[in-house]
Design a protein around this ligand. Structure first.
Ligand code: FDA
Length: 407
């Protein structure tokens, strides 16, 4: 579908990156009558959309607000999210006849396939007569002295010029499908500040002595509460061969990584293994039992997990052999089990990148760089990182839409 040769060389707008934010921005600008070219080094449009949400794309969330995002500049997202909200994207999805359903916590997924979202964005781009040049890498970008054609984009297929240049190259997660630090390099080239990128929404690895106990039953999952650096989530956790994953762990991983925003370095992550249960009262009720503590815990936790957790703490005795102060300590450990992860599984497994182009240098209305007229950043390349649950796509739609009105 993508043109192999673009005859013209001068455009009103060049968008680099044919992902979620880039296509939304290109479609909007094209539909306003701007001549738009999208350049991407990948073979196919929207590869991350295709693999998202287990192939069904969790394309937005019913309840989206700035509190669902991490950023060094937490209010930045508010304006764009308000101007192009969940309801606007749902209206677009409805207009294209895409069936969807709601899962827990307001998450909206396609009934059939994420490909429908890609096809929808492509159709919107076609409506705006957007041209595509891909696969095509970019050799260099230069600012010119020309007031109309402000940027020269040098590629193996020649030089394209444009009045507005939109960088929509995303973050660093999943390098094998085309993620690169291109956007960060362009920000640096034009003197924009960066917030150091880190993998986020990412599985956590455990120190060897903890991992040894739990790795043998990788695959067990449990509903727990987790918190770190001021944020708290309650969802499922999954034990893996390398540590911990599952929605609650991915959510809290972003906050564990949030030292970039002044959080505590190597802060522990806390887990409440019995959310909604008064652990101390429950243990006290069973204080005289002859059952092992692990067997009691197995009433509410996976059996093998309960045994390993008791072994890790040296609590492998029957209930009636624990004194009251010990039961208090056990209850505290159950409701605030602290682990300092040894690290994360990195960009190969991360859903998103925390950090990016510092939004203090951008307009929250247009996404344009204050210090470089005509240069815009949209989507994940910026220092705006959503929670798990459709929030990252909503940011791609909202920021792409915002810039699309001004480029
Ligand atoms: P995106 O990464 O989509 O697009 C960037 C584009 O730039 C790509 O097409 C890439 O090829 C191109 N590019 C990069 N470097 C380039 C270069 N040097 N030259 C030319 N082109 C270049 N979010 C959500 O809300 N719901 C979900 O269900 C999921 N699920 C999910 C699953 C998995 C496995 C991952 C990895 C991520 C998610 N996400 C998600 C996150 C979501 O996919 C992500 O936040 C958005 O795709 C970001 O959109 P962007 O357009 O900013 O970047």
């Amino acid at each position: 579908m993508c043109e192999s040769a673009v005859a013209e060389s001068g455009f009103d707008v060049i968008v680099v990156g044919a992902g979620a934010a880039g296509m939304m921005c290109a479609a909007q600008a094209g539909q306003r009558g701007r001549r738009v070219l999208v350049i991407d080094h990948a073979q196919k449009l929207g590869e991350k959309i295709r693999i998202s949400g287990g192939g069904r794309c969790n394309f937005t969330n019913r309840r989206v607000g700035p509190e669902n995002y991490l950023s060094r500049n937490p209010h930045f997202a508010r304006s764009a999210l308000a101007r192009y909200a969940t309801a606007d994207f749902i209206e677009l999805v409805d207009r294209h006849g895409i069936a969807y359903h709601e899962r827990n916590l307001g998450q909206l997924f396609c009934d059939d396939s994420a490909q429908q979202i890609i096809d929808m964005l492509r159709a919107e781009c076609e409506d705006g007569r957007v041209r595509f040049a891909m696969p095509l890498g970019i050799d260099a970008i230069a600012r010119t002295d020309d007031a109309i054609n402000r940027f020269a984009v040098h590629t193996a297929r020649g030089t394209f010029s444009c009045h507005s240049l939109v960088i929509a190259t995303g973050g660093l997660s999943i390098p094998k499908i085309g993620a690169t630090p291109f956007g960060y390099r362009i920000a640096e080239q034009f003197g924009l500040p960066m917030v150091a990128p880190r993998p986020a929404l990412v599985p956590l690895t455990l120190p060897p002595e903890t991992l040894q106990r739990f790795a043998p039953f990788a695959g067990s999952s449990l509903e727990i509460e987790a918190w770190c650096n001021g944020a708290r989530f309650r969802e499922a956790a999954l034990i893996t061969h390398r540590g911990l994953s599952g929605p609650v762990v991915l959510q809290v991983s972003s906050y564990w990584q949030a030292q970039a925003y002044g959080g505590e370095e190597w802060a522990p992550v806390s887990f409440n293994l019995l959310p909604g249960v008064d652990a101390h009262a429950w243990l006290t009720q069973h204080a005289g039992d002859r059952a092992l503590l692990a067997n009691l815990l197995a009433e509410r936790l996976p059996r093998r997990f309960a045994h390993a957790w008791c072994a890790l703490h040296g609590w492998e005795r029957p209930m009636n052999q624990f004194r009251m102060p010990e039961l208090k300590a056990i209850a505290e450990a159950l409701s605030d089990w602290q682990i300092v992860p040894s690290g994360t599984q990195g960009y190969a497994k991360a859903e998103v990148t925390l950090g990016g182009v510092d939004t203090h240098a951008l307009s929250s209305k247009t996404m344009e760089a204050a210090a470089c007229k005509g240069l815009y950043f949209v989507g994940e390349v910026m220092d705006i990182t959503g929670h798990l649950g459709g929030y990252n796509f909503q940011w791609a739609w909202s920021s792409g839409h915002a810039a699309g009105q001004f480029v």
